[in-house]
Design a protein around this ligand. Structure first.
Ligand SMILES: NC(=O)c1ccc[n+]([C@@H]2O[C@H](COP(=O)([O-])OP(=O)(O)OC[C@H]3O[C@@H](n4cnc5c(N)ncnc54)[C@H](OP(=O)(O)O)[C@@H]3O)[C@@H](O)[C@H]2O)c1
Length: 466
């Protein structure tokens, strides 16, 4: 297998480059911001005439933003030589050097002197096959492709290692927030026990529109689609598939467990209504799509679901395309990473940082850290939390008694009952909150409750996070 072919002689190599996240202590917690692009000095050439040739594969939102950054601030020695895209003629821009070769044929890149392929097509294939061929041809790879890394990361990193190349994927989770490198490097000294956060901007947008304007989920989704914040098929975002893939990657790099996205329970935000925000606010909370994973003995609790979060928590303040990741370590306790989780430029910053990191040093496979953790735990969604249950009923005597009897038989304690005035008796929403208990107990009780004929729609069950 050809060795890593960065054409920089040893004496002229780039110095180590991965920008260190800026840690600021705030209320005893560390806040790591994504404002970390240290400037040209972060990639310092010592001497020599070596170059690193780069090809961008997929010139869309992120690919063109990467091209723009490389055009404006790539240090001497880093050279964009190829852009590959289908029907490439319509992609050509006048702000890249005329020396850049525009191609539809990835084989042109494979047989060229490109050192580093930047995969920004998305999807499992052909992106996966292109990455495999690039690695087999001795070319290192940077990708932002969360689905591919979540599903095939172990295999691809192993291939990178065997090919004496590198594969970095810092932009695959939380866009411009350097959370992958922070978990792999900045927090390597801690033993992480839990990672949770908000990983999908589309859900933020939809939930905050329902909250602010009292509109329905369907209206908020249609608006997000009109404004380009949601795909025409929104299920990746609203049903939690996108966040599951990102969580699976965070679990691998932070909690050192091999987890497939499909083994993580995902619940849709589509059943959230404006009334849930009213009730949540009475409880001092708002609602967000929260991804969380934590060790519980040898089992891993992992899930992506809408949840009530206290208004005082950093999760409640996340808006639009912002993401937030909170890691909890045995020694360092909580560290919070926040910033732009999506968008061409923010994501491109993370991609370019990986390019700089690869150009600047030659380390084992995955930036010096292992992605294949060796541990494949049983994954369960059996979190023990307080619960928010919203029932929409045709009003009649005995409803509370009937529900209380089911909960009592299930050994579940009711914490409070909330009912706002002003709703019609034929479609009356009210809320019961439960004391902390396992989610499976609540689900079983709700199955029994679903047989009651006073329910006019399925009940909503959300965890209340502390
Ligand atoms: N956008 C974000 O905010 C963001 C954030 C984090 C991570 N990412 C990840 O970054 C990657 C790129 O996302 P993006 O938003 O830039 O996507 P995008 O705008 O759809 O760009 C993808 C580009 O790849 C091209 N392409 C797709 N399939 C191809 C194929 N089979 N052969 C040749 N070219 C192909 C597309 O060409 P056409 O124009 O012909 O479709 C398009 O130019 C994805 O993995 C995504 O998950 C994106």
């Amino acid at each position: 297998m050809p060795p890593f072919r960065l054409q920089v002689p040893l004496a002229g190599r780039f110095l180590p480059t991965r920008p260190a996240p800026v840690a600021i202590r705030s209320n005893g917690k560390k806040l790591v911001e994504s404002a970390r692009f240290a400037g040209r000095e972060s990639l310092t050439r010592v001497s020599g005439e070596g170059v690193c040739n780069i090809a961008i594969l997929g010139f869309g939102t992120v690919g063109s933003a990467v091209g723009r950054i490389l055009a404006e601030r790539a240090p001497a020695g880093l050279r964009l030589t190829h852009v590959c895209n289908r029907a490439v003629a319509r992609k050509k821009v006048d702000w890249l050097p005329v020396t850049v070769e525009w191609t539809e044929d990835f084989n042109t890149i494979l047989s060229s002197d490109v050192d580093l392929v930047v995969e920004l097509m998305g999807g499992l294939n052909p992106a996966g096959d292109c990455i495999r061929s690039a690695l087999l041809a001795g070319k290192s790879v940077v990708t932002a492709n969360k689905q591919l890394i979540a599903h095939c990361g172990t295999e691809l990193i192993d291939l990178a290692r065997r090919s004496n190349c590198q594969l970095l994927f810092g932009a695959s989770v939380a866009g411009g927030i350097p959370v992958i490198s922070a978990l792999q490097e900045g927090l390597a000294g801690d033993e992480l026990l839990k990672i949770h956060g908000i990983l999908n901007g589309t859900c933020n947008y939809i939930l905050s529109q329902i909250e602010r304007r009292g509109i329905s989920f369907a209206e908020a989704l249609a608006e997000a689609q009109r404004m380009g914040f949601a795909e025409s098929d929104p299920s990746e975002d609203v049903d939690g598939l996108d966040a599951r893939a990102k969580l699976a990657i965070l679990v691998r790099v932070g909690l050192h467990a091999n987890v497939q996205p499909e083994s993580i329970a995902g619940r849709s935000i589509s059943s959230i209504e404006a009334v849930d925000f009213d009730y949540a606010s009475q409880l001092g909370c708002t609602i967000r799509q929260v991804s969380s994973a934590e060790w519980n003995g040898k089992r891993l609790l992992a899930g992506v679901r809408p949840a009530l979060v206290p208004l005082s928590s950093p999760l409640a303040r996340i808006q639009g395309s912002e993401n937030l990741v909170v890691s909890t370590g045995k020694y360092g306790r909580q560290t919070v990473f926040g910033g732009q989780g999506a968008g061409g430029s923010a994501t491109a910053v993370a991609v370019v940082s990986d390019i700089f990191a690869i150009a600047g040093r030659k380390v084992d496979g995955c930036g010096g850290n292992s992605f294949d953790c060796g541990i494949s735990p049983t994954v369960s969604a059996e979190f023990s939390t307080r619960h928010y249950l919203r029932f929409t009923v045709k009003d009649q005597p005995g409803i509370i008694a009937a529900l209380a009897s089911v909960f009592s038989k299930a050994d579940i304690n009711i914490d409070s009952v909330l009912q706002k005035p002003g709703y019609t008796k034929s479609r009356l929403p009210f809320v019961i909150t439960l004391e902390a208990c396992k989610s499976s107990k609540v689900e079983k009780a709700l199955q029994r409750i679903s047989r009651f004929d006073f329910l006019v729609q399925p009940s909503l069950n959300l965890p209340i996070l502390n």
